[in-house]
Design a binder for this molecule. Structure first.
Ligand SMILES: [Zn+2]
Length: 184
């Protein structure tokens, strides 16, 4: 009798404990501010210490920004992962050229267009600050630059770097970004 009672109660007790653990887990997630749509802590897509000016033109796709380097050669400059994720390689002649998409999870992706060369294998896991390619002029471009995008569930978002939304100037030379990506 007592044995039967205990075997009946134990699953209930375990269920209560499981429910409490689940509640505590949700509470901890909420306290940490991990909203499922919270963006990764994106950093500049070029090396530590480099300064690049950027612009957005009206014919541009989505909420992209185009970057050219202020303090050195744009062509051949390393393109860095702005956050960790899974990188895939793509080629679109006459458009994006050679480009990489990094999937960061929770619906977030970053795009890097017009690469001269790829630095990682298709499907590679990449760390923030890891080189994924070199800046080039492949696809539909007038010169070497980095075309960079941040997307949530396939929709271009206003680009935010280190928690700060960037302005969208119509021409180069008005705004610049200095990278702290990969500074250590
Ligand atoms: Zn562009």
């Amino acid at each position: 009798m007592s044995r039967r009672r205990s075997t009946r109660r134990r699953p209930l007790l375990l269920a209560v404990i499981a429910a409490l653990v689940a509640l505590l887990g949700l509470g901890a997630t909420a306290v940490a501010g991990e909203d499922p749509k919270a963006a990764p802590d994106f950093r500049a897509p070029f090396p530590c210490g480099q300064s690049w000016t950027y612009s957005h033109h009206s014919a541009e796709v989505r909420r992209a920004l185009d970057f050219v380097r202020n303090d050195g050669e744009t062509a051949g400059a390393p393109v860095l992962a702005s956050a960790a994720g899974t990188a895939t390689r793509h080629v679109e002649d006459g458009g994006a050229g050679n480009y990489i998409v990094i999937d960061h999870g929770d619906g977030w992706q970053t795009y890097y267009f017009h690469l001269d060369a790829f630095s990682v294998d298709d499907g590679a896991q990449v760390a923030q600050g890891q080189q994924i390619g070199t800046t080039g002029a492949t696809g539909n471009v007038t010169g070497a630059h980095q075309h960079y995008e941040q997307l949530l569930n396939g929709e271009g978002q206003d680009i935010t770097i280190a928690g700060t939304p960037l302005p969208y100037p119509p021409e180069y030379g008005q705004e610049s970004l200095t990278s702290d990506n990969g500074c250590g």
